[in-house]
Design a protein around this ligand. Structure first.
Ligand code: AMP
Length: 404
């Protein structure tokens, strides 16, 4: 077995990658992390080493698509890690459908099953699968593992999985799946070490980034989340609206005569913070802006976040801990303060100095529920899954063949 695992997270115009060294145990050291942005328009690659220092990299001008993006990354990695072998590629795949309760070794059958799920996540799944196909072509024989954003939420009770339409539609896959599962699984995995006093209790994790959602954990197990059938539901996001009255969607079609493609673009790319503010989907820019649109966008984002915490508290029957994570959750003291202020009715009391300092625990000793800032690490979660699955697969093969 080689020693390096490559993790890929492929989107419509970006390829994020990370390389980990496989070691015994769960905490594989990160060697590099990077991305190519602007695939199809003005591709640019950047990468950082384990200490966050920028690395010098060749220009990505020839990158046109997933194939050429991966060729570029693999070429660069080969020059950097000449002596090391790639033993596996782990992929972030947004949708595992109703069948996959955990990561899956990619086989032709698994791939065709995942292709059938493209209509469930048309703006993510095709790009995730394109990276799998590109890696299979460029590194035939290297095992690939698909890790799903839906799997962690397979523990949702039946009532939370329901889309309340006629039962026959449920059989066609219309159910609430939930997403951001790799992020929540990572947070749940570190709680016993980072915040042991809440790990076995009722915890709400707020993953607030370009995509935003919340997850209710009971003893580290997902019992509810704010996403539903797709990653459009729930909180207000950078360019997605979160929950809207389904009557609005009907009106867009019937009253305004919009096409399905136009509605899709509106909901995935033009709504949320960007749509409300008319300015930006970037929380940093909105926090700095004095315009009425920017203020309203931030206020709505915070209003929905506080509302969702109330809803998840009702599901959990109370709250022992609140965890902030992802780009906004990890970096915006302002957003954390406003959300905690809105949760004062729960007895939550923020330690503002700790909040400003970006401490791990940001609530006062008197707070009824503790509040935490914990950086997420979806890539490490994928690397862990990849290593565990291949170790289990190897053990199963040895058992079947009787070889040592
Ligand atoms: P992510 O999708 O997790 O990478 O998060 C991206 C989001 O985090 C964007 O909306 C950024 O504006 C936001 N973000 C990053 N740093 C900060 C910061 N210091 N303050 C407020 N928002 C931030």
């Amino acid at each position: 077995m080689g020693e390096l695992a490559l993790v890929l997270n492929s989107g419509s115009s970006s390829l994020k990658f990370a390389v980990f060294r496989a070691v015994a145990g769960d905490d594989w050291p990160l060697l590099v992390r990077g991305n190519i942005q602007g695939i199809g328009t003005a591709p640019q690659m950047s990468a950082h080493d384990q200490d966050g220092a920028a690395l010098s990299i060749p220009p990505a001008t020839q990158v046109r698509d997933a194939q050429s993006a991966l060729t570029h990354v693999l070429g660069w990695l080969r020059s950097r890690f000449a002596a090391a072998d790639l033993f596996a590629v782990g992929h972030r795949v947004v949708h595992g459908g109703p069948r996959h309760a955990g990561p899956a070794l990619v086989t032709p059958e698994v791939l065709s099953e995942l292709r059938a799920l493209v209509p469930f996540a048309p703006l993510h799944q095709p790009y995730n699968l394109a990276a799998i196909e590109a890696a299979a072509q460029q590194r035939p024989g290297v095992p690939q593992v698909a890790c799903f954003d839906t799997s962690f939420h397979r523990s949702l009770p039946a009532v939370a999985r329901l889309v309340p339409l006629p039962a026959a539609l449920g059989e066609k896959g219309l159910q609430r799946y939930g997403f951001h599962g790799l992020s929540y699984e990572y947070i749940a995995s570190v709680l016993p070490r980072v915040a042991p006093q809440i790990a076995a209790g009722r915890v709400i994790v707020a993953h607030l980034g370009s995509g935003a959602s919340m997850c209710a954990l009971r003893a580290g197990v997902s019992v509810e989340n704010s996403f539903g059938f797709t990653a459009l539901d729930g909180l207000c996001m950078g360019t997605r609206p979160g929950s809207v009255d389904p009557g609005v969607i009907l009106y867009l079609f019937q009253g305004l005569g919009m096409s399905a493609k136009e509605v899709e673009t509106l909901l995935y790319k033009k709504s949320g913070l960007l749509g409300i503010s008319g300015l930006s989907n970037d929380m940093r820019e909105l926090e700095r802006s004095e315009t009425a649109g920017a203020r309203l966008a931030v206020d709505y984002f915070l209003y929905r976040a506080a509302q969702e915490i109330g809803a998840l508290c009702a599901v959990l029957g109370g709250i022992d801990g609140l965890v902030f994570t992802a780009g906004i959750g990890e970096n915006s003291p302002y957003v954390r303060r406003r959300i905690c202020q809105a949760c004062a009715w729960l007895g939550i009391e923020l330690d503002e100095a700790a909040n400003q300092a970006g401490a791990t625990r940001i609530s006062t000793a008197a707070s009824a529920a503790s509040v935490w800032v914990i950086p997420t690490n979806e890539e490490l979660m994928i690397a862990r899954h990849t290593g565990r699955l291949l170790a289990a697969d190897g053990a199963a093969r040895r058992q079947r063949t009787g070889s040592p």
